[in-house]
Each structure stands twice: as C-alpha cells, then as structure tokens.
Design a protein around this ligand. Structure first.
Ligand SMILES: Cc1cc2nc3c(=O)[nH]c(=O)nc-3n(C[C@H](O)[C@H](O)[C@H](O)COP(=O)(O)OP(=O)(O)OC[C@H]3O[C@@H](n4cnc5c(N)ncnc54)[C@H](O)[C@@H]3O)c2cc1C
Ligand SMILES: *[C@@H]1O[C@H](CO)[C@@H](O)[C@H](O)[C@H]1NC(C)=O
Ligand SMILES: *[C@@H]1O[C@H](CO)[C@@H](O)[C@H](O)[C@H]1NC(C)=O
Ligand SMILES: *[C@@H]1O[C@H](CO)[C@@H](O)[C@H](O)[C@H]1NC(C)=O
Ligand SMILES: *[C@@H]1O[C@H](CO)[C@@H](O)[C@H](O)[C@H]1NC(C)=O
Ligand SMILES: *[C@@H]1O[C@H](CO)[C@@H](O)[C@H](O)[C@H]1NC(C)=O
Ligand SMILES: *[C@@H]1O[C@H](CO)[C@@H](O)[C@H](O)[C@H]1NC(C)=O
Ligand SMILES: *[C@@H]1O[C@H](CO)[C@@H](O)[C@H](O)[C@H]1NC(C)=O
Length: 872
C-alpha cells in the first residue's frame, strides 16, 4: 500500500487553514516542510484494496450527515482508528452542484449518480402510483443534495423522544438534542438591513456559535419575500427565531450555508475538509456495505458481537471485508441502515425467512417509517414581479448571475427558499374549539386506529404497542402549539411567473415500512410510506391548504399572490383531497425505520443507539428518530450524531484511577491497548474476504455469507478448516505488511516531527515540552502550561480543528468520582469542549479551553493518554 495513492493531498487545505488563523496563532501554520507529510494526508480513497483485510476500531457504514460527523468526532481520539465506507462518490466531480446553493434547486443532483433514486411501492391511498424518493449517495449524503434548510423542532417534540424512552441510559430530550445541534452549528446573523427589510427575528443566543456547520442566510433574497412575515402577522402570528424551542410562527429558516463564500456547508465541508490530516481516519468511497459480519461469539450477556463488514462497489464486483475491533456503526440513513441490518439477518423474522436469510435477531427493523408528505399550490404574480422563474427561464441571466456569483459571491445563485412557518391545529382550523373536538374524536378512535394500522401493515405486536404510545402523544399535540404543518414559500413556479406555497404534513398518523425484497443488496428495498393511509392525514393537510389560501390572501402577500393557478380556487373538498393525493410527494424527511424505543415497544436500538441483542453494533442516523418533528431532519440528525459520538466516547473513556498520593499513578494502558489498523484476524472477516475475492461472490447471497460466519461459530470442523486457512492467509499478508505501513504505521512515535513553532505535535513525548498528539487537537505548545503537577496543562489551539474538539463528557456523566483530580474544585478530568484557549484557570474556573488536570499532588497521568498510536 502506498501512501501516495490517496486522492486528497493536504495542499488544498493550506490556504483555508492559514486564512482561518488569527494573529495569535498565525505562528503555528502547517509545516509544509515536514518530511512526513505524505503519510499524514487525510485519506479519502476509492481504492478498496487499501483497506481490504485490515482492522479498524470503528467502522462506519455511510458517509452522509451522520456518518461524516461520527468519522470526524471519533477520530479526534488519535488512539482509535476509524474507517467510513460510503457507497457514492466523493463529490469532486459535481462540486458546483453541491456548493452553489441555487444549483441544488435548479440544477439538482436528484436523479444523478449522487441520488439513490428510489421509488416507493404503489401508494394506494395517494393516487395509486409510485412516488419518487431521492436520497443522497456520496460524501455528505442527502445533506449534499438537499434544500439546505436548517431548523429544529419545538421543545415538546424532542422531549417526546425521552417520554417514549423512560428509565433510559441516555436521555434524548430537547435540552440534550438542542445542545448537540448547537455544538454542530456556527450561526452567522444577517446584517441589520436584511433583518429589517424581511422583518426577521433573530435570537443569536438560541444558536450555536462555533460548530463546524456554517449556518446563515443567503446573500440574495427576492424582494417579494419581504411580504412573508408581515402576512403572517396579519393573520395574528409573530415572527420568531426558529431555533428557540417553539416553531409556531413565521420565520426565515436558516440554511446550511457558509456565508463567507455562499457555499453549501455539508458534513464533508464542515466536519472533514477543515481537518488537518488525520492518519487514523480513512474514508472509502464507491463501496456499498452489503453486510455486517458476525463470527458467532457473544458477550457475557449473550449479545452477539459484530466482527466487521463486507462491501462491494456494484453487483458482481469484487467483495471486500474489514474487521471492526470495537464497533460497527450504521449511518446509511433511513433506507440504507435498515437495509443493511435486514441483509445481515437482523430484522422481522418472517421477512427474512421468506428470503432464505438466517434470522440472527428478530427485530422490527424497517417499521415505524414516518415521512413528511407535501404538495404545492401556486399563484400567479403581477407582471414584473421578479421570481426564481426569471432565472430558470433565461440562459443569459443564468450566465450573468453565475459570473456575479463567481466574482463576488452574491446574486441570484445564492438564493434558496427560506421563508417558512408552522401553524398549529387550532391555527389551521381557525378555532380552538374545533381543534379540541377533533382531538376528542381522535382519542375515542385511538384503539381502532391502532388496530387498523396494525392490520394494514402487519405490524408485530411490539410495534403496535409503541405506535399507541406515539399516538397518545400526537393526540395531545392536536390541542397544543405544536406545528402540524409546515408552510413554505417557494419562489419557483410550476410553469409560469408564479409563487407557490408548499404545504407539508409534520406529524403523520400514517405509518409505513421499508423491507428488503431480495437478498441482493443492489436491489432497492420495498419502500412503503403509506401516504394518507390514516384518514386524519388528508383532513389535516386539507386544513393546511385552506390556511395557505388565507395566507396568500393576507396583506401584503396578497400584493404578490394574485390568482390561484394550481389547484385553483374552485378546487375544494374531495376534489382538493384528490388533487393533493395525486400531486403529493415526499418532503424528503423519512425517519423511524430503526427506531430508538423500548424493546417491547418496537425498538430496534436502545438509547445508546445499540441494536438490541448486539454488543457492538449501533445505528446512528435519522432512522433512529422515533417520532416525527415539525422540522426538517438534517439539524436533528447532526444532533443525533453528535450525541451518538459522545455516547461512544464515554464508553471508551477510561479515567485513570489515581490515589491521592505523590507516587506515580499506576496509570492506564489505554494507549497501549488501543489498536492501529492492523490485519484482520477474525475468521468471519477473513473468510468473507476470501469469498469476496472470487467472482463467485456475485452469486453468493449475503445469506450465504452469513452462513459462513455462523459455521465458524458453531461448527468445530468448519472452524478448524477456517483457522488453517486463516494462518495461511495471515502468513501471506505479513510479508506485504512491512512495506504497507505507510499512511498509518509510520507515524513518528516519539516527540512528533517538529517541536518548534511551525508544526503540529504529532505525538506526546512524555515530557512537558512534547505537546499534544495532534489528531485529537492541535496545540500551540506547552507554553501555556501553568506548571505541573498542580496546574492543569492549559493549551492554545491553533487552527480550525479546534472547533472539532470533544464535548464535555465528564460534567454530564461522571464516569467515577473525580475527587483525585483537578484544581479549584473542578471535577473535570478532561475538557476539550470550548473554542477558546488559554483561559484555563481564570475566574471562571475551568470552563474553557483544553484542560487536562493532574491528580492533586500526584504525577501527571494525563501524559500517557497522548501517546501516539503504537504500531503493532
Ligand atoms: C432531496 C432532499 C432534500 C432535502 N432537504 C432537506 C432540507 O432542506 N433540510 C433538512 O433538514 N433536511 C433535508 N433533507 C433531509 C436530510 O438531508 C436528511 O434527513 C439527512 O441527510 C439524513 O442524514 P443521514 O445521515 O441519516 O442520511 P444521509 O445524509 O442520507 O446519509 C446516508 C449515507 O449513507 C450512504 N449509504 C447508504 N447505504 C449505504 C451502504 N449500504 N453502504 C455504504 N453507504 C451507504 C448514502 O449513500 C449516504 O451518503 C432532504 C433530503 C433530500 C433527499
Ligand atoms: C463562525 O462564523 C464566524 C462568522 O461568520 C466566523 O468568523 C468563524 O470563523 C466561524 N467559526 C467557525 C468555527 O467556523
Ligand atoms: C468556502 O469557504 C470555506 C472556508 O470558510 C472553505 O472551506 C470552502 O472550501 C470554500 N468553498 C469554496 C467552494 O470555495
Ligand atoms: C418483490 O420481489 C418479487 C419477486 O422478485 C416481485 O415480484 C415483487 O414485485 C417485488 N415487490 C416489490 C414491492 O418490490
Ligand atoms: C383525481 O385527480 C386525477 C389527476 O388530477 C384525475 O385524473 C382524477 O380524475 C381525479 N379523480 C377524482 C375522483 O376526482
Ligand atoms: C483514547 O484516549 C482517550 C483520551 O486520552 C482515553 O480516555 C480512551 O480510553 C482511549 N480510548 C481507547 C479506545 O483506548
Ligand atoms: C470473534 O470475535 C470475538 C470478539 O471480537 C473474538 O474474541 C474472537 O476471537 C473471534 N473469533 C474468531 C473465530 O475469530
Ligand atoms: C489529597 O491529600 C492531601 C494531603 O494528604 C489533602 O490535603 C488533600 O485534601 C487530598 N485531596 C483530595 C482531593 O482528597
């Protein structure tokens, strides 16, 4: 393996890193003279042979919103190795279509190679046809192709996730999720003129301010949008900031936009591109994970242990396998993750046995699917109204706007829709009493609704139980301020000079399911959102349509939205319902297919996001969300992924047990025990690998591969044969290994490659002057140390990686009594949670900066945590 074969070099990152440096830190640029730079390049590769047969601590399936967040956060620890496997490409061939905001609407990547381009099964309750279901396929996932809306739901909606998961190990409520969404967010407010022109209400304190995802507003906003919030006010609403914990009202949603250059800030741009090289992180593109591998062993509680994954670029292509030393994490999204689980024998028993797949764990994977269904209404605009149609229909305007974008990062191509609002049920019914009566009806029919859905979808009984719990919450929301519909202004007409209002159901009563229908991983699963299966949904969206008409007629929006063209003002009642069903589609927000719920209520994962019955297999993406939200799903997914990363870190965070003595702490062997990516040793992995390397693999169903894993676990004879084969394989590979170290193994194990000002500290050399091992965070050096052992080692951060630092684990959930640690009464053994530096031991105690306190009166056990990864 040659280190030179990785596709991304560090060089393109330099201008950014340098540009981001402030005066204080500019003396610590990347050391471009470092002789080891070639080994330190960030590894984004499409060459599967480079990782084939290796082992990593964490393997992440999917490089989308959650996947790259996890890849970035987990690899902050230099002592763990991380592989992220993404089915799609790295995006470099379609940069403009990802980066330029307006392109994602007018030159969309949906339908391209960056879209899985699924179709649903025929939707019997919404027109009878199938519906197109795009999902992003490439680094950044759906976040690279989506509409860029960045919003959160109301407090009660996240709190409902906690309500549905009582007595849990981890709490998933508003406070937690909002904290983690903020952690991922860096909000830039629009200038005062823009705020006042568009009547925006901005509450900066509700937003994150140093996360990796840049969140703000487009530089260009159509003048007509200035009528949006005033029209809502005419109907009695207030303008609000969407991030504040309530969604009822009107606002301009923030977008995932880097306001410096008006480019999309997706998980790759935010979490990966700004990183300095991390030799412990490999991102592999163009490979679809086809199965999670198991070797037949279980932990003491009987939970089965995932040993790795297999992947393939296409049907019939060579199959590869890698071993997971610690965990396999599925981040394939609401379709990909349940598909991988089911292919791997984890899913509804009946579905799997129909396909001849050995059922490893009978779990309701794929059920509890909930999606926002929506459709749009259009009004003609007065002559001369400037809308998106002017751009979409004029090649000249497109060209000149592109030139403007390229030269000044302003103009029409920056625009994406942002004007939204969320009315409650009482709002759309225009009466509290009507909403209360409707809620009463729903309550009295709850049992029959549950039993209808149970029979339509053949729900397992635990799923039905969980459904009832969800419905009870949804019923209460009928009389609360929770947004039942999202109302979105669109500046793009259907055909002519029009403006539209998209009406989107936020809390569907209908439930669906996603189940594989083939053992072939390259055949899409059967996706059935069952739009409008439950009748309440068409009622509610109907009230939403009436509300949209009132809004269009409200001053001053009425100046722009003149005549309703689609469906047309005369279309009401059943005809309107029919129009809605025929013209509706996904708002692209499916969730719930690997729900985080109690096991007896249809849960697939517990609150640590671990798949029930497994020791080390998690799902961390939108599919774990158990109940839908009045929000687009991207920001919640970043919240899920950020919290998920901390949950994993907590598990592997071992605080050094230190007595309050002056003798050397016995210390931990944390770093010694951590693994570098070595060769896979697990027979379930090496065997899968062997099979994969022959062309037979295409005809081998994943069920058959799984069979091999089981065989090794239970059959002594098979096991022996496998073992012999394994030694043979191992021998063959060791020869190669010495020349294969390269990108990982040749890290300088001592004091890093430059102790001077000009370089990252690649390693901690055990002395105060060693510096911090750099992939975790880069430090200016030991200069800020306030002395040892009585003072914490306070550092300065040097560049953008700072914002990637680990959250405060200890203060949320102490792993043990911290009494032996710290200064000034701090109980925090490790803090790496804040952007600013050097304020370690100020009046504010230890809240800021990197703090690695030593035990009082003791030696400095922290040092050994920063040892470089030891090559095996
Ligand atoms: C067209 C569109 C518009 C949207 N608009 C918005 C919006 O404006 N605002 C908003 O908040 N949300 C929006 N969403 C939804 C939002 O993008 C998703 O909720 C979010 O991306 C989900 O994150 P995820 O990590 O769960 O999945 P994704 O971001 O979809 O990532 C999953 C990744 O896993 C990969 N993958 C799947 N299966 C495998 C496999 N077997 N092996 C390897 N890799 C695999 C996929 O290729 C993908 O890259 C939109 C979605 C779409 C499709
Ligand atoms: C956050 O945004 C501000 C203002 O646009 C910018 O100056 C800063 O560098 C950003 N911070 C991060 C961590 O990206
Ligand atoms: C936009 O700016 C950010 C830094 O703020 C940078 O990472 C990114 O590469 C830039 N994007 C483009 C397309 O220039
Ligand atoms: C499932 O597969 C069968 C057999 O190939 C096929 O007839 C059927 O249409 C498929 N169903 C769906 C929903 O894809
Ligand atoms: C429903 O709408 C479709 C398409 O708009 C139309 O073809 C059909 O006749 C309508 N059906 C009814 C019952 O109105
Ligand atoms: C990695 O290092 C961290 C912090 O130094 C330590 O707490 C953790 O236990 C180590 N992780 C593993 C997997 O060894
Ligand atoms: C299976 O995995 C377990 C846990 O990782 C490991 O201890 C065991 O050695 C593996 N067995 C085989 C046959 O590789
Ligand atoms: C540690 O021991 C010293 C001296 O024995 C004592 O003064 C101090 O309070 C102890 N610290 C803690 C945190 O127990």
């Amino acid at each position: 393996m040659s280190p030179l074969s990785f596709t991304l070099s560090l060089l393109p990152l330099l201008p950014l890193a340098l540009g981001a440096l402030d005066a204080q830190t500019v003396k610590h640029p990347h050391n471009i003279k470092n002789p080891h730079r070639s080994q330190l390049k960030r590894a984004i590769t499409n060459d599967a042979s480079q990782v084939d047969g290796k082992s990593f601590d964490f393997i992440i399936a999917g490089g989308g919103v959650a996947g790259l967040t996890l890849a970035s956060r987990l690899s902050e620890w230099n002592n763990v190795t991380v592989l992220c496997v993404e089915a799609g490409g790295d995006g470099t061939d379609v940069e403009d279509k990802i980066d330029i905001p307006g392109y994602s609407y007018l030159n969309s990547l949906t339908g391209s190679a960056y879209d899985w381009a699924y179709n649903t099964v025929a939707q019997v309750d919404s027109g009878g046809g199938t519906k197109y279901w795009p999902r992003g396929k490439g680094l950044g996932g759906s976040g690279a192709i989506n509409g860029m809306f960045w919003g959160r739901p109301a407090e009660d909606e996240f709190d409902a996730w906690a309500t549905l998961n009582p007595n849990a190990d981890e709490t998933w409520n508003w406070e937690e999720l909002n904290k983690y969404i903020k952690k991922s967010e860096n909000f830039t407010a629009p200038d005062a003129d823009t705020q006042s022109k568009f009547s925006m209400v901005i509450d900066e304190s509700a937003h994150g301010s140093d996360g990796p995802i840049q969140v703000g507003f487009t530089s260009y906003i159509f003048d007509a949008c200035a009528a949006w919030i005033p029209a809502w006010k005419t109907l009695g609403f207030s303008g609000i900031d969407l991030a504040g914990g309530s969604t009822r009202g009107a606002m301009f949603s923030t977008s995932t936009i880097n306001t410096h250059n008006q480019t999309r800030s997706d998980s790759k741009a935010g979490y990966i591109d700004p990183l300095p090289p991390r030799s412990n992180l490999v991102i592999l593109t163009g490979q679809q994970v086809t199965a999670v591998l198991f070797n037949g062993s279980s932990d003491a509680s009987g939970n089965i242990i995932a040993s790795g994954v297999s992947f393939q670029s296409a049907q019939g292509a060579q199959s590869y396998s890698v071993q997971a030393n610690k965990e396999v994490i599925l981040a394939g999204g609401a379709v990909g993750s349940p598909q991988i689980l089911q292919l791997s024998g984890i899913g509804p028993k009946e579905t799997l046995s129909d396909l001849g797949i050995t059922n490893r764990l009978d779990l309701p994977v794929g059920y509890n699917l909930q999606d926002h269904v929506s459709y749009s209404m259009y009004w003609s605009t007065p002559q001369g109204t400037f809308t998106w149609n002017n751009l979409s229909t004029s090649a000249d305007l497109k060209a000149s706007a592109l030139q403007e974008y390229e030269t000044s990062r302003t103009g029409l191509w920056t625009y994406v829709n942002e004007a939204v609002g969320y009315p409650s049920m009482a709002d759309v019914m225009d009466s509290d009493t009507e909403a209360a009566n409707y809620a009463t009806t729903i309550a009295s029919d709850l049992d029959s609704t549950v039993s209808d859905v149970t029979s339509w979808l053949s729900l397992p009984s635990n799923v039905a139980k969980g459904l009832r719990a969800q419905y009870e919450i949804q019923q209460k929301w009928m009389t609360s301020n929770i947004g039942q519909l999202e109302i979105i202004l669109t500046m793009l007409g259907k055909g002519g000079n029009e403006m539209g209002i998209q009406v989107a159901l936020q809390h569907p009563w209908s439930r669906g399911k996603i189940l594989i229908n083939s053992t072939d991983p390259f055949t899409q699963p059967a996706i059935n959102p069952d739009y409008f299966g439950v009748g309440y949904d068409i009622d509610i969206i109907g009230y939403g349509s009436a509300f949209a008409r009132r809004l269009a007629a409200a001053s001053p929006l009425s100046d722009y939205m003149i005549t309703e063209v689609y469906p047309g003002a005369s279309v009401t009642g059943d005809a309107l319902n029919n129009y809605t069903k025929t013209n509706c589609g996904t708002e692209y927000h499916p969730m719930g297919t690997c729900s985080m719920l109690p096991k007896d209520s249809g849960g697939v994962v517990d609150t640590t996001l671990t798949v029930y019955g497994t020791a080390n297999l998690r799902v961390i993406d939108t599919s774990v969300a158990p109940l839908h939200l009045s929000a687009h799903t991207m920001a919640p997914t970043y919240g899920i992924a950020e919290k998920g990363a901390d949950i994993i870190k907590k598990k592997y965070w071992k605080v050094v047990e230190t007595a309050n003595t002056t003798t050397t702490a016995s210390g931990s062997d944390d770093s010694a025990s951590t693994a570098a990516p070595g060769q896979a040793t697990d027979t379930s992995v090496t065997e899968a690998n062997k099979n994969g390397s022959s062309s037979e693999s295409s005809s081998l169903s994943s069920g058959a591969k799984i069979g091999i894993g089981i065989g090794v676990g239970i059959g002594a004879a098979v096991g022996l044969a496998a073992l012999i084969f394994f030694f043979f394989l191992r021998k063959k590979k060791t020869g190669a290994a010495s020349t294969e170290k390269g990108w990982y193994d040749q890290r300088n194990p001592a004091a890093g490659w430059d102790n001077g000002d000009g370089a990252y500290k690649e390693a901690y050399n055990g002395s105060a002057a060693g510096g911090q091992a750099y992939p975790m965070a880069a430090f200016a050096g030991p200069g800020e140390s306030s002395g040892r052992p009585d003072a914490p080692f306070a550092h300065s951060r040097t560049h953008s990686v700072d914002t990637m630092a680990t959250a405060d684990l200890a203060s949320r959930a102490p792993m043990r009594s911290q009494s032996g640690y710290g200064l000034s009464g701090s109980s925090t053994p490790y803090r790496d949670d804040h952007s600013d530096d050097g304020h370690g031991i100020g009046a504010g105690g230890m809240e800021h900066g990197h703090q690695y306190p030593a035990p009082t009166g003791g030696t400095w056990p922290g040092e050994q945590r920063y040892q470089p990864v030891q090559p095996r």
